[in-house]
Design a protein around this ligand. Structure first.
Ligand code: ADP
Length: 269
């Protein structure tokens, strides 16, 4: 028998009076679960045929110079769109897995220092001849308890977004620091910025601040939704600050209980 889910709201009046409202949200919860499963299953089923299509298209692209110019363009466009669709399906599968909640979180120890250096290395390749300056500051060398692959997806989405939404020559600064409140990973850029009216909705699936400003960034529109759910799975949250034309800063906050001291390596005998 399924568990019953209740949503409880407590309002305080004066010193002693309380109004307690309990709402049965079991059905809503089940529907949400069905939606997630459906999206996950459809994405899975679409992946195989799409892989076959992309495979053949890639072969055709490799032999493009043997084709008439009109066909060449068509085939290159199809290959590019197929790879966009693959990225979308990969993100949909990832999101539906992450959304199922804390049960899927693998509590391993993540070396944030090493992970951020790898991600920034890949980000420099993505930046290519746009020549962004990408700096990493590691101000605490403790490890973070959490699912390494989920954390990698979240952090790389933030860093790759910074590259995508920052014009050539801009600066991206990635900082990992801790204080009394916990651990904080911030990704700051000198990019196009975001109008404040969009900020509360940015982590919704497929929400885009201003589609006309960035048609060609190649994103799936799911990146920040993934970041949000990864952080929820790690008892964390995302803070977004931005100014149009000046840049943005995305900060992931984690509770300090997730920090773990590094064990010094045993001396080699
Ligand atoms: P997308 O695939 O469109 O990048 P995301 O979910 O990663 O999807 O981001 C949602 C929207 O948030 C983006 O379409 C963009 O409008 C805005 N955004 C995200 N990161 C940045 C950034 N660093 N600078 C400016 N806008 C950003």
């Amino acid at each position: 028998k399924p568990h019953i889910r209740l949503q409880i709201q407590i309002s305080l009046f004066g010193d002693d009076d309380r109004l307690i409202v309990a709402k049965d949200v079991t059905r809503l919860y089940q529907l949400e679960q069905m939606r997630r499963d459906f999206v996950g299953n459809v994405s899975h089923e679409m992946r195989t045929p799409l892989t076959v299509i992309s495979g053949y298209l890639e072969t055709l692209v490799d032999h493009a110079d043997e084709l008439p110019p009109k066909w060449r363009r068509a085939i290159e466009t199809m290959a590019a769109q197929a790879s966009r669709m693959e990225a979308l399906i990969t993100d949909l599968i990832l999101l539906s897995r992450i959304e199922t909640g804390e049960h899927t979180v693998d509590d391993s120890l993540t070396d944030v220092d090493e992970m951020l250096h790898q991600i920034c290395h890949d980000a420099r390749a993505l930046s290519g001849d746009k020549g962004h300056t990408i700096d990493v500051n590691i101000l605490d060398n403790r490890l973070l308890r959490g699912d390494e692959s989920q954390l990698r997806s979240a952090f790389s989405n933030l860093v790759f977004n910074a590259v995508k939404y920052t014009p050539a020559g801009g600066r991206i600064t990635v900082t990992w620091r801790t204080d009394r409140d916990g651990a904080h990973l911030s990704v700051k850029d000198t990019g196009i910025g975001i109008d404040p009216i969009h900020i509360p909705r940015l982590t919704e699936r497929f929400y885009r601040a201003d589609p006309s400003r960035h048609k060609d960034t190649g994103g799936t529109g799911l990146g920040l939704a993934i970041v949000k759910h990864v952080l929820l799975n790690h008892d964390g949250n995302l803070e977004i600050r931005s100014r149009i034309g000046e840049g943005s800063e995305f900060t992931c906050h984690f509770p300090r209980e997730r920090l773990v001291e590094r064990v010094p390596e045993a001396p080699v005998k």
